[in-house]
Design a protein around this ligand. Sequence first.
Ligand code: NDP
Length: 242
Amino acid sequence: MRYALVTGGSRGIGRAICLSLAKDGSHVIINYNSNSTEAESTLAMIRESGGNGELMQFDVSNQESVEKALGEWQSGNAGKYIQVVVNNAGIRKDALVMWMKNEEWNDVLNTNLNSFFYITRFLIKDMLLNKFGRIINVVSLSGIKGLPGQANYSAAKGGVIAATKALAQEIAKKNVTVNAVAPGFIKTDMTKDLDEAQLKTMIPMGRFGRPEEVASAVSFLASDAASYITGSVINVNGGLYT
Ligand code: NDP
C-alpha cells in the first residue's frame, strides 16, 4: 500500500488525480485549503469506487501550516511514509505587470512555487531513507511559454519546472523521481471565467481538456512503469505548444 499526498485535492484537476491514484491502489491523502465540503466529496467518491483515503487540511503557502500537518501525520503513522506527492494546489491572479499589486505577485509565488519547496523538502527525507519516492509537480503551459497577463503565474510555474529538473538530478541515485505535468486549458473552476469559445479556436484539438486527461499522466508518472523517467515535463495540452 502506497501513501499518496495530493495538494489541492478538493476540486478540479487535484480531485481527478486523487481518484486516479486511489484506483491504482494508493491510500490518498487529500489536502485542501478551505473547502472541506468538496474535499469530503472527493473522499466519498474514492470510497464509492472501492478505494480509501483521508483528509488533510493545510495552507500550502504557509510553511508552518505545512510542517504542522505533515508532522502530525508522521507522528500518527509510525513506520509508514508518504511515497508519492503531487504538488497540485495552485491559484492565478492575473494582471498586467504595470498594474500588478505586490499582493498579486506574492500570493501567486507563495502558493504555486514556495509550496513546492516547503512540502517537498519535508517529504524527501523519508523517500531518500527508504530509497523510493515519486514527486510530481503540476505546472502549466504558462510556465513554459509565458502568457501575457500572467507574469506572476508564469514565473511561479517556470520556477517549479526548473526546480523539478534540478532536484531530479540531486536525488536520482536514491530511486526518487521528480517530474512535472504541464496542462494547457483544462475545464475547472480555475478556467471558468475564460472565454472558452474564443480560446479553443487556438487549440489544435479544438477543445479544453478534462481533469481526468491530466490525472492519467500523473498516474503514469507515479507508477512503476515510469521508473526510469526523471526531470521530465509531460505536456497535456491538446497540441497547444509554444
Ligand atoms: P481549481 O481552482 O479548480 O482548484 C484549486 C485547488 O487548489 C483546490 O483544491 C484548492 O483548495 C487548492 N488550493 C488553492 N490554494 C491553496 C492553498 N493555499 N493551500 C491548499 N490548497 C489550495 O484549480 P485547477 O484544478 O484548475 O488547478 C490545479 C493545478 O493545475 C494548479 O496548480 C493550476 O495552476 C494547474 N493548472 C491548471 C490549468 C487549468 O486550465 N485548469 C492549466 C494549467 C495548470 P480549496 O478547494 O480548499 O480552495
